[in-house]
Design a protein around this ligand. Structure first.
Ligand SMILES: N[C@H](CCC[C@H](N)C(=O)O)C(=O)O
Length: 284
């Protein structure tokens, strides 16, 4: 079966984009497509699949499927790429518009130079801090801020929250020592997170600068995670390392994002998006 696709990335977090405004594929396809096409040897290579589709409630809709075929609820880097795609391909010829995701309506603004989107600003909405919203087991009314999180090999302190998806943030002295590969997958699948969790390690460089690495739910280590970077900024403010209302630069493996948890409680993310290729994939 021939699948028309576009590959894009947001600071190295790459997805295969399927445009359902133009082409028609059955919903049942996407989970197995994500598993197959993400393989760099037998597929195209990506962190998953993102479906761009019409929406009755917004200018367009977006669905995200991780490498393991699981469907996520939002994707920060994906939102910026979808915004660039629908603007430049004349699907949504507006500079301010709304993208519907499983975790809500996302308001985006594209920064345009000579008809090319150079940057996208996304209102990621307000974080949900109660344990039941992360979700994480325990007293539902609690916040999870600097809570002891014991593993067989490590004693860590977690700050957990929902910001488009579930996030568990751990602060480390030096990002180079983050036990990403040794505990990322263990924490992702820990039973304390009933819907699994995206795992972020953060080094506070200073009050307006963070170093960041991520093990993503359903995709493992990626170059960048937009929702995760936003969650890291919220966690840094909750722990007193940074301040609300200030622009925080987050250094991810694939590049930088500028994020602000505003006094109105909304989290704003600003960053680039890029086309990589258009093509046809032979799905079997
Ligand atoms: N792995 C995430 C979805 C992708 C999020 C990430 N790529 C981003 O840029 O926000 C999840 O299952 O919640």
């Amino acid at each position: 079966m021939e699948i028309v696709f576009t590959k894009m990335h947001g600071i190295g977090n790459s997805y295969i984009y399927i445009d359902l405004f133009k082409y028609h594929y059955a919903d049942e396809l996407f989970s197995s497509l994500a598993k197959q096409i993400s393989n760099v040897n037998t597929g195209i290579g990506s962190d998953g699949v993102i479906v761009i589709q019409p929406s009755e409630n917004a200018d367009c809709g977006m669905r995200i499927f991780n490498k393991d075929g699981s469907e996520g609820t939002n994707c920060g880097n994906g939102l910026r790429c979808v915004a660039k795609y629908v603007f430049e391909r004349n699907i949504v010829p507006k500079e301010h518009f709304v993208i519907e995701t499983k975790s809500g309506m996302m308001h985006v603004r594209v920064v345009v130079k000579n008809n090319v989107v150079t940057e996208v600003i996304v209102d990621m909405g307000a974080p949900l801090l109660h344990r039941e919203n992360v979700p994480m087991i325990g007293d539902p009314r609690d916040f999870v801020i600097h809570e002891l999180f014991n593993l067989p090999s490590h004693s860590l302190f977690v700050t957990a929250l929902f910001l488009g998806n579930p996030n568990a943030v751990f602060f480390v002295e030096n990002i180079k020592d983050a036990p990403l590969h040794s505990v990322g997958g263990i924490i992702e699948n820990d039973s304390r997170f009933p819907e699994r969790v995206n795992v972020e390690f953060v080094e506070v460089v200073h009050a307006t600068e963070l170093n960041f690495r991520v093990w993503e739910r359903g995709s493992g280590v990626t170059e960048a995670c937009g929702t995760g970077a936003c969650a890291a900024v919220v966690a840094a403010i909750l722990n007193g390392f940074c301040r609300k209302g200030e622009d925080i630069t987050v250094h991810l493996s694939g590049g930088d994002l500028v994020i602000r948890w505003d006094l109105d409680d909304h989290v704003w993310m600003r960053g680039p998006a890029a086309f990589t290729a258009d093509g046809i994939y032979y799905f079997s």
